[in-house]
Design a binder for this molecule. Structure first.
Ligand code: FAD
Length: 457
């Protein structure tokens, strides 16, 4: 009886899962394995919001496997040790997993390959499982990755995607392998109250619903803060509960401007993955240095605290920061405005903001979070690195009636539309009655400091 192990990481699904299909084709029995990796815990990456979502994903995966005659084997410990222990317990000769792009994923892959080799087993790593197009597939002449999105998108769009594969009908798991209880959502404290439910089943249902109702209007409505018209699929993509290849194919099959715009956003995910795959150090270091001498954590302590609490005095920034705390998710425009305000108007290091986002975001991942922060800070791939977003002008443009601000900043609920983004224009007596702070800094002063720092004054 031949046995293969499938190590699930950021690919928690049964539909369109090439490593699982390959393992099933190669062996009589398969161990679907997830390791609650102590290194991820030690790095502080398993924050409550993502732990809860992960617990949902694992429970769903286990239930789906059980319907097919199998089960999910969960282990806790250092990932390489646990995989090797499972291989020894079931006599497996191959381990299948999805390729990753972070420094940690590269190290994990290398150590696994070595450790398995010593035990006479092989590691098979599958591409295009967590991205639509594998990093390194689309490269510019003379380079190992694209540093600018638009040319990447052009080439990416012409790339032939692999075929999707169906979820297996049956999965036979050897009885001898020991498993531990699944991690549970209940018992976790510090969760955002508006956290979505995780899991492949939930993700697929959401996509189907949204493809029928929101996709066609996505192009016109995706930047409407109050309209909340984006797919909200990012956490499902982050945990791999949905396959990016399948989403691109299904969106393209529907066609239209909305589908094209949605596919373009999915391409941003791949774009960042291929940057980080080539420059893993960009998760912590400037991709392109601008020689910033950011204000330190101590120097800017009060500003950083006000930003985290959503009390900067700029309503749209505060709304985004409060949505982050409440839902563990923020509209992309809100993320852009909150990040631009921290890095450019307050001139605080992007790593401080990125860390705070990672502490709360249910979709928080090293690739998209760090590289979007760098994009906004102007140390990443933005071709206009010194632009500064004006939260008042942006608020008026993307939340013209102030509905987004009113939803998250109830102190401003009764202001008329024209004042929602500029409450400081209220007469002094009325302003004094509001429990809402004055702006932390004038936008002109913030801009002047930033321009001086970047040598642009
Ligand atoms: P939709 O608009 O429906 O887009 C569909 C999918 O495309 C998203 O689910 C996402 O997977 C992908 N996508 C869209 N925009 C981007 C983008 N700019 N970069 C990469 N992928 C994108 N996204 C994350 O998944 N994880 C993060 O940790 C993260 N951190 C961010 C931090 C900052 C400062 C900024 C500006 C953006 C960040 N994003 C991150 C990107 C983006 O904001 C979210 O992916 C998006 O808001 C998710 O909502 P949605 O699923 O409704 O997106």
């Amino acid at each position: 009886m031949s046995v293969a192990v499938v190590l699930f990481t950021a690919d928690l699904r049964l539909h369109d899962h090439p490593p699982l299909r390959a393992a099933l084709a190669a062996a009589d029995e398969v161990v679907p394995l997830f390791v609650c990796d102590t290194a991820v815990h030690a790095a502080g990456f398993d924050v409550p919001n993502r732990s809860a979502f992960l617990a949902d994903c694992l429970a769903d995966l286990d239930a789906s496997l059980r319907r097919r005659g199998g089960r999910l084997v969960v282990r806790r410990g250092p990932v390489v040790e646990e995989v090797c222990a499972v291989v020894a317990e079931c006599g497996a000769t191959q381990v299948h997993m999805a390729a990753g792009v972070t420094r940690y994923a590269h190290r994990r892959e290398e150590s696994l390959r070595g450790a398995l080799g010593e035990r006479g087993a092989v590691l098979r790593v599958h591409d295009a499982v967590t991205t639509a197009v594998a990093p390194g597939t689309v490269t510019p002449a003379g380079g190992d990755h694209y540093a600018v999105f638009t040319p990447y998108f052009r080439r990416w769009s012409r790339e032939r995607l692999r075929e999707t594969c169906a979820a297996p009908r049956t999965v036979r798991v050897p009885g001898a392998v020991r498993g531990e209880p699944l991690p549970r959502r209940d018992g976790l404290s510090g969760l955002s109250p508006g956290l979505p439910a995780g899991g492949e089943t939930e993700g697929r249902a959401r996509f189907s619903r949204w493809a029928g109702s929101g996709l066609s209007g996505y192009e016109e409505r995706h930047d409407d803060l109050a309209g909340d018209a984006t797919s909200r699929l990012s956490p499902y993509l982050h945990f791999g509960a949905l396959s990016p290849v399948e989403l691109v194919r299904r969106a393209r099959a529907r066609g239209g401007a909305g589908a094209e715009a949605f596919v373009r956003q999915l391409c941003w995910r791949d774009f960042h993955h291929q940057v980080l795959a080539s420059r893993p150090e960009a998760s912590v270091r400037d991709y392109r240095t601008r020689h910033d001498r950011w204000r330190s954590e101590e120097e800017a302590a009060e500003d950083i605290a006000a930003w985290r609490e959503g009390r900067t005095g700029y309503p749209v920034v505060d709304a985004a920061m409060r949505q982050l705390r409440h839902e563990g998710w923020v509209h992309n425009r809100g993320r852009l405005l909150a990040a631009s305000f921290l890095t450019k108007t307050l001139y605080v290091d992007w790593r401080i903001g990125a860390r705070h986002f990672l502490d709360l975001l249910v979709d928080g991942d090293i690739v998209n979070n760090q590289l979007n922060w760098q994009w906004v800070a102007g140390t990443g791939t933005d071709t206009r690195p010194h632009r500064v977003l004006n939260p008042v002008a942006q608020g008026r443009r993307f939340d013209p009636r102030g509905a987004y601000v009113r939803r998250w900043v109830p102190e401003l609920r009764d202001l008329e539309d024209a004042l929602v983004h500029e409450p400081w224009r209220l007469p002094a007596a009325e302003r004094a009655r509001l429990d809402y702070p004055p702006p932390l800094i004038g936008l002109g002063d913030g801009l002047a400091r930033f321009r001086l720092a970047r040598g642009r004054d």
